[in-house]
Design a protein around this ligand. Structure first.
Ligand code: GLA
Length: 721
């Protein structure tokens, strides 16, 4: 619900659980009066804090005298929705527009507003949707130009989530340059917060870094051309001493797959400005007269009840309001992926054997990974040549065989790349980024295609269509195995090079859209050397993303635990592989806390291992959707701070729940866990006994994992009727 009190110039955005109060002050600037848990009406006078008598005076040019701003606000320290650039606010402004005369000053002031049901509607690009929200659209005009912005703020009525973004419109006669276009900023009254973000590299994504807000500016960003392994656009802040179920927590994410930037700024005034959006590194968007520019949406999840409630808000909102895949609430077939089993070393016969063997462990969707196209025998060739490698594989035969078994069929593509040893590169060198260099930088022997160009995207689209029109494909694994090291396009004019990285991301989205529009029944899974592009932009199109090339439970449990703080388990693609760290059954427990599936040489399995894997199929079939995908997730013990990890999932009617405990090698574990979210007056039976809900919520579930090895415990409870 959004209301506007005309007398007081006050907006209230609320869902009765959280509130955002915004005031239009006497200088037409938007001040954040209050953001937090539901508040009937804040005290307006509390917004003015006289910090060292700063900047409340101005010179009235007309009357030639000194005056005090009517509202007595302070440019330097008041809380603004969109801070000014220059003019007394030393905090970084979220928006900088350079005018045609070279001026940098930017100051957006209120003009008018609209309130409507739902979220802003966009034809293209990833965006939130649904009718459970209300939107406040505020039109603001730059004091120094005819550039306007639509500042959209939506509030969900079903999750404690706020969505913000900015749309630019140039109504002036001359072009301007947008030098910074962040999607939102949030000014907080103090800086007593810790910042949590998730860093890593290939095979080692999403380690948690926690640090205090410092005096100065902290930047968390990606400059890799994709959201990256190195840092993730999901970031949250916690008040001091917040836990999984107590304290104030504010989570942020961005519906974007390219370079992003978070700035946390605090100075001697000990307040905090958080701002986030497209990274402004080498960003310079030319906005010609009449043109518009839309910033990606940012999502804020607010909790006054600890980290889990912030993360549950995200889970619900991402599943209901962001993932556009139509069958999100339906059963998903169990995937078998060929990569770790045979890599490039396969032919028609060996793949048919894989199909048979995968069927024995319940696979319902067979995915042929890298190596079926061009002349691809290893990583050194053929990206960009999307035609079947007929001397290597009879793909039609494989597809028909898979379908004859009533299984679905999937194929791997890496659409954004080109090998220097490829027909595409030989005929269209200019399609590759970096060829202007004396020594174009390679990674995995490949270059990135210039997706800022429609011609390049169209070329790849028509090649992919030929394959998809020839064989029936139900699933695509869309990979991206290197980052973007070049910021120069041969297709864009001199003036537009600062647009290249963002245009690349738009090209990525446009190819996804073209494929999904033409083949709406295909499910696309995202991947970027594992989890190098795990973000909300990708999830809009791809309901799940391969979370890491590291499937060893000792490391993967950290990734999955941390990723699930910001993303639903149903998005975290996880497979059982041939790792020797623990048994197939125990690896299966971990995979159940993700999408579930297999990635192995199935011909190596012993009868005992086959039956171990098969013993989990019923859990997957009966419970994966309602419990693992749609249930409420509680993070009990973090593997970052302890030598074990524990999570709990409870279904909607609290009749079933599961607990997973994964302990590291070399320790013996004897712990009591306090469970959450149960029906206190009910009893639950499990493989370790019958317990009262109330009892289990009192730190009384006894866990003993006593071998020296890595060990995974899995406890499945059902309500006693
Ligand atoms: C990346 C992916 C793997 C696999 C290989 C194929 O590393 O993350 O899952 O698809 O590429 O080359």
């Amino acid at each position: 619900m959004i209301t506007f009190d005309k007398e007081a110039n006050l907006f209230h955005l609320t869902n009765k659980s959280i509130s955002l109060w915004i005031y239009i002050n006497s200088e037409s600037l938007l001040e954040t009066v209050y953001f937090g848990k539901y508040c009937e009406r804040p005290n307006l006078s509390s917004r003015v804090k006289d910090v060292d008598n700063c900047t409340t005076q101005y010179f009235d040019q007309k009357e030639g005298i000194e005056k005090t701003f009517k509202d007595n606000f302070s440019i330097k320290s008041s809380r603004f929705e969109i801070g000014v650039h220059n003019g007394g606010d030393n905090r970084p402004a979220p928006i900088i527009v350079q005018k045609n005369n070279g001026m940098y000053d930017t100051n957006f002031q209120y003009v008018s507003h609209k309130i409507y049901k739902g979220y802003p509607k966009y034809e293209n690009g990833p965006h939130v949707f649904g009718m459970d929200g209300d939107t406040l659209e505020i039109l603001l005009k730059d004091e120094f130009s005819d550039v306007y912005i639509k500042y959209n703020i939506s509030i969900s009525s079903t999750s404690d989530v706020i969505v913000k973004n900015v749309e630019f419109i140039n109504k002036g006669k001359s072009k301007v340059n947008i030098l910074r276009a962040l999607s939102m900023s949030l000014d907080l009254d103090d800086c007593e917060y810790k910042i949590h973000h998730f860093y890593g590299n290939w095979g080692n994504e999403r380690n948690e870094s926690v640090n205090d807000v410092i005096v100065g500016e902290q930047i968390i960003s990606s400059n890799y051309g994709r959201s990256s392994h190195e840092d993730n656009p999901f970031v949250f802040i916690t008040s001091k001493n917040a836990t999984y179920d107590e304290g104030e927590v504010i989570g942020f994410n961005l519906v974007y797959s390219g370079n992003f930037k978070y700035s946390f700024y605090s100075d001697y005034l000990k307040k905090l400005r958080v701002s986030l959006g497209i990274n402004d590194f080498d960003f310079n968007w030319v906005l010609v007269s009449g043109a518009n520019f839309v910033c990606p949406q940012s999502i804020i999840s607010y909790s006054s009840k600890g980290i889990d409630s912030m993360s549950q808000n995200f889970h619900k909102f991402i599943r209901n309001n962001l993932i556009s895949y139509k069958k999100i609430s339906q059963y998903k077939p169990i995937i078998f992926n060929s990569w770790e089993g045979c890599m490039f070393d396969f032919n028609t016969e060996s793949i048919l054997q894989y199909v048979d063997a995968s069927e024995k462990i319940g696979s319902e969707l067979f995915v042929l990974d890298d190596g079926w196209f061009g002349k691809r025998k290893d990583v050194n060739s053929s990206l960009g040549d999307w035609f079947i490698f007929e001397e290597k594989i009879d793909l039609k035969k494989v597809e028909e065989y898979v379908h004859s078994k009533k299984m679905k069929f999937g194929l791997w593509f890496e659409p954004e790349m080109v090998s220097f040893n490829s027909d595409l590169f030989r005929t269209h060198k200019e399609y590759a980024l970096g060829v202007y260099r004396k020594h174009p930088i390679l990674h995995r022997s490949q270059l990135v295609l210039d997706f800022s160009s429609e011609e390049v995207v169209e070329n790849i689209f028509s090649q992919i269509c030929k394959v998809l029109d020839y064989i029936k494909v139900d699933y695509i694994k869309w990979d991206m195995n290197r980052d973007i090291k070049e910021h120069y396009s041969l297709f864009l004019g001199d003036e537009h090079q600062g647009e290249m990285l963002h245009r690349y991301v738009l090209g990525y989205y446009s190819l996804l859209e073209k494929i999904l529009n033409k083949y709406p029944n295909i499910m696309i899974e995202g991947c970027a050397s594992g989890g190098g592009r795990f973000d909300l932009g990708t999830l809009y199109y791809c309901p799940q993303i391969w979370a890491s090339d590291m499937s060893q439970p000792s490391l993967r449990m950290i990734n999955n635990f941390n990723t699930s703080l910001g993303y639903p388990l149903s998005t975290i693609s996880t497979h059982i592989n041939n790792s020797i760290e623990t048994s197939y059954k125990e690896k299966g427990y971990l995979a159940l806390f993700g999408t579930y599936g297999y990635e192995m040489n199935p011909l190596m399995l012993t009868e005992r291992e086959i039956s171990e894997i098969n013993s989990l199929i019923n859990v997957y079939k009966n419970d994966h959707l309602s419990l693992f995908e749609e249930g409420t997730l509680y993070h009990l013990v973090s593997p970052e701070q302890h030598n074990f990890m524990a999570m709990e999932l409870v279904n909607a009617d609290r009749t079933k729940f599961v607990v997973i405990v994964c302990k590291k090698q070399g320790i013996r574990l004897s712990e009591k866990l306090r469970l959450k979210g149960l029906n206190e007056s009910s009893k639950y039976k499990s493989n370790i006994g019958v317990f009262a809900g109330k009892f289990l919520q009192n730190r009384t579930l006894d866990i003993k994992l006593e071998s020296d090895n890595l060990e995974i415990g899995f406890y499945y409870f059902e309500m006693v009727k």
